[in-house]
Design a protein around this ligand. Structure first.
Ligand SMILES: [Zn+2]
Length: 274
């Protein structure tokens, strides 16, 4: 399918054969003693076997590779979807699939529809038809909050990984912003607790789109980017981007506040340069 990731292809094959994606991948490569790579970035031989099994030219499949990178979700955390894309797939009689365009870590919006991305149901690859709930009618303030989150996420991504300068009037720098994203997403207290993003206050239309985790976390001593890349749910990443943008961007109006004016001391203590 268009822009489909190779892991999505594998998951759909596994659903078809009523087994796990691990079993399909192992079966496909069982005769090859050489390293076969990850399904998103397979060895040439593994890619050819995959193409032969599907019945398509290997060159077509090659165009769907997605080598891992720090600006992408961790490979096993990429079950994300756009409800409008899946609705359109269903209308065309096409299967649901996961697009590569949805796997960017600091982006939580479908580039085609501007629609907030969501975490996919675990059994999505078994869906034959999909009907999303009607999209909520966002208020002007809700749209501004979603826009702030998306524009900040993209600006941070571009500064961290693609050489774009950090805006002069923003506080900190891209590395501080990255550290802050981690500090608000994980438990930086000394006892079991919720992270700061559990305290974001949102209006009703945004409750499923911006939130913290459902359970408390153990304290985390070392904040790691790879842990952030494992946060599949866009709702949690939106909350952390919002909290970080609110801290670093100057002169935001108070109606864009996530629910506090100043960063709590225990979070601030983890960001030495602020
Ligand atoms: Zn879409």
């Amino acid at each position: 399918m268009r822009d489909e990731s190779l892991r999505s292809v594998l998951n759909r094959a596994a659903a078809f054969y009523e087994c796990t994606s691990f079993q399909v991948w192992a079966s496909l490569n069982s005769d090859d003693p050489r390293p076969v790579g990850d399904v998103e970035s397979p060895s040439g031989a593994a890619l050819h076997r995959m193409a032969a099994a599907i019945g398509m030219p290997a060159s077509d499949l090659l165009a769907h590779r997605l080598p891992d990178a720090p600006w992408l979700l961790e490979p096993h955390a990429r079950n994300i979807y756009c409800p409008m894309c899946w609705d359109e797939d269903s209308v065309r009689g096409e299967p649901c699939s996961i697009r590569r365009a949805w796997t960017w870590l600091l982006r939580t919006t479908c580039p085609q529809h501007g629609c907030p991305l969501r975490i996919a149901p675990e059994q999505w690859a078994r869906f034959t038809r999909f009907h999303s709930l009607p999209a909520p009618q966002f208020s002007e303030q809700e749209r501004r909050i979603l826009h702030l989150i998306e524009s900040f996420g993209q600006a941070l991504e571009q500064s961290l990984y693609f050489g774009r300068p950090w805006p002069d009037d923003w506080r900190g720098n891209p590395q501080v912003a990255r550290q802050l994203l981690l500090a608000v997403s994980f438990n930086v207290r000394k006892i079991r607790d919720f992270p700061l993003i559990n305290y974001v206050q949102v209006s009703s239309n945004l409750t499923s789109l911006i939130r913290g985790p459902l359970h408390q976390y153990e304290p985390v001593r070392k904040l790691r980017w790879d842990s952030y890349r494992e946060i599949a749910d866009p709702a949690l990443r939106r909350a952390s981007l919002w909290a970080t943008a609110w801290t670093l961007l100057p002169n935001l109006s108070t109606d864009l506040s996530p629910g506090w004016t100043k960063l709590p001391g225990h979070v601030q203590a983890r960001i030495r340069c602020l």
